[in-house]
Design a protein. Structure first.
Length: 129
């Protein structure tokens, strides 16, 4: 059986990701929060940090892995929404039956990204949800 190859990033999705980076190429928590239309308090909650810490050290090396995971989810979502950021942001706030009536954003804020990634893969594969 042939392994599924990842699709290369399109110029559109790369543009979305660059909005969340600092000048060193690190994910910036405040910039990613703005891209998601989240508050600094919400991104701090996702990272398990105090909002004041996020304000001072928004591109800290210790945040890079969780921010990269969140950026990957959002990038995948935006790609599925044909680049429509408004629609992607709205989808994140919408309660979804297969997530037990909870919004993807709430799952993410509880550091439960796996079901969101799985759901996006199912949508991409054509499964109805």
């Amino acid at each position: 059986m042939e392994a599924k190859q990842d699709k290369p990033l399109s110029p559109l999705s790369m543009g979305v990701l660059t909005q969340a980076l600092d000048e060193e190429g690190r994910y910036d928590a405040a910039k990613l929060a703005a891209l998601l239309d989240w508050t600094n308090q919400e991104i701090a909650r996702y990272l398990g940090k105090d909002p004041s810490t996020i304000s001072r050290f928004s591109a800290s090396l210790q945040y890079q892995e969780p921010l990269a995971e969140l950026a990957a989810i959002f990038n995948h979502l935006v790609s599925l929404m044909d680049g429509d950021l408004r629609l992607a942001r709205a989808w994140l706030r919408t309660p979804i039956r297969v997530l037990d009536g909870v919004s993807p954003k709430e799952k993410i804020l509880h550091s439960d990204l796996k079901p969101i990634g799985t759901l996006l893969q199912e949508v991409e594969s054509g499964f109805s949800v």
